[in-house]
Write a protein that binds this ligand. Structure first.
Ligand SMILES: [Zn+2]
Length: 210
């Protein structure tokens, strides 16, 4: 097995009659080792600011459809917004109990989809969700920082450049340094286009609807 082998949803979750969400530190570790950390197998420079972000990954077995399409993943900026005071406080407590703190971003992945999709599809989905987890830019296009020197994070929709990033990586094959099997697999599946991924992304569909 290579270092790239991806976490699968735990049987505990898949077989549970009561649990429908489960935090996954394994997904966080995998996403960092695959896309974010210096020297990552499929390192993506566009995610560099995420080396300084706390990411909370969650599996869910709750089926989610929007406009007739399966929602396979979603990225939210934390703390949760657009809720009443108690709803928001309750959501924050739940998330802090999962991760020990409220992370900068919460990324939810459909566990049933993850069980059946192949490696390139899964990589494209997670890479895509990470693109939503952006650093804000100032009026000159320079990255913004908070007073204490941390990146100022924001949720971002997909502009053309970001689509190009995904197509470049999954259409033309990932960057050098990737595990050969994954490069071959990705180059066999150029049809995993950004448009297709955004159909399967709850964040994209919400931003489009907004
Ligand atoms: Zn999206």
């Amino acid at each position: 097995m290579s270092g790239l082998s991806r976490p699968m949803p735990p049987a505990d979750l898949m077989e549970s009659l009561v649990r429908s969400f489960m935090p996954s530190p394994e997904l966080d570790a995998w996403a960092r080792a695959t896309f974010i950390a210096p020297g990552a197998a499929l390192w993506n420079e566009d995610h560099d600011h995420l080396n300084r972000a706390a990411l909370g990954f969650v599996w869910t077995t709750v089926p989610n459809r929007r406009g007739g399409n399966l929602v396979a993943g979603q990225c939210e900026i934390m703390p949760p917004m657009a809720m009443g005071k108690w709803q928001r406080a309750r959501a924050e407590q739940q998330i802090a109990e999962w991760f020990g703190e409220v992370p900068d971003f919460l990324i939810t992945i459909d566990a049933n989809y993850a069980q059946v999709c192949d490696d390139p599809e899964f990589c494209a989905l997670v890479d895509h969700e990470l693109y939503h987890a952006a650093q804000e830019l100032d009026q000159f296009g320079a990255p913004k920082f908070t007073r204490d020197g941390r990146p100022k994070f924001g949720l971002k929709g997909h502009d053309v450049e970001e689509f190009v990033g995904i197509v470049r990586r999954y259409g033309a094959g990932p960057a050098a340094g990737a595990t050969q099997a994954l490069v071959e697999a990705a180059s066999r599946r150029p049809e995993i286009a950004a448009a297709q991924i955004s159909q399967a992304c709850g964040t994209c569909r919400m931003l489009k609807a907004a």
